[in-house]
Ligand binder design. Sequence first.
Ligand SMILES: Nc1ncnc2c1ncn2[C@@H]1O[C@H](COP(=O)(O)OP(=O)(O)OP(=O)(O)O)[C@@H](O)[C@H]1O
Ligand SMILES: [Mg+2]
Length: 318
Amino acid sequence: MKLAILSRNGKLYSTRRLVEAARAAGHSVRVLDPLRCYMRIDDHGFAMRYKGRAIDGYGAVIPRIGASITRYGCAVLRQFELMGSRTPNPAAAIARARDKLGCHQLLAAHGIGLPATVFGDNPDDTADLLALLGPPPHVVKLNEGTQGAGVMLTEKLSASRGVVEALRGLYANFLVQEFVAEAEGADLRCFVVGDEVVAAMQRQAPAGDFRSNLHRGGTAVAIDTTPEERDVAVRAARAVGLGIAGVDLIRSRRGPLVLEVNASPGLEGIEDATGVDIAAKIIENAVSGLDHAGSGQRRRRATRRRINLRSGSDLTKV
Ligand SMILES: Nc1ncnc2c1ncn2[C@@H]1O[C@H](COP(=O)(O)OP(=O)(O)OP(=O)(O)O)[C@@H](O)[C@H]1O
Ligand SMILES: [Mg+2]
């Protein structure tokens, strides 16, 4: 089967591991920089080119699209989908995962636990917005924040108000959550592939911090998850529409609460901590249900033959 990995950098650990695993499983695989893919669309079909050559015949595509290129990356991935390639993480699901507020709303609508969360637009509503959440401590999070930067704990109402006002002054987007103290600075990264949590690690915040991000000095160890945690993680990924996801949970008195559903979870930390060959499981999932030639590939070839007879173009009709 011909596979593509959409990634800006073939040297990144996760990309390299996916290439290795694909080759080990006997597939031909190519890393394509999504920013070098360009597309033609019209009402007769779809075409895509890469550095002057047609891109065609990929049975499956595994996207590794960073947050900074979500829009263009998703357009490229959508083009692959329209041309008949299969992907475990469709463009629409990645876009959904990248919208933090939308994602929280979606999870809640599916009955998946998450820390109580408030957000609002107008500064005049700050006092009532915080009242809606309940008493402090609160966690204030910048929507654009990542790796723990932009996540703040406010112990008093005056501090919550002050931080919210300061962020509004900077025109930043943020949300405010209840602080789940009993998590004790730990979160669980559950790596979901298909209907299964294939690996899980616990990240523990360094002394004096409540944020467990590894970039902030957190440490990671493999952990046994409970059936309830695995069920929540798989349901969260499914709610967003992702076949491959890193679902972050914290343990609370009322059960597992989802903090985030990551559409492009890194492999390095978790393969290290757990020893699981996650890359192999991703490849297996990406090609499952496709015959060796790739059903999409064969369908497209047949369609292309028809189109070529007619117009000689390399457009793929769907
Ligand atoms: N409501 C909360 N209660 C207790 N601890 C929290 C809460 N929210 C976040 N944390 C802790 O802070 C860490 C960072 O928060 P979060 O994961 O939401 O932000 P991020 O890592 O910066 O962003 P993202 O995961 O979206 O890239 C979490 O891993 C968790 O340890
Ligand atoms: Mg996080």
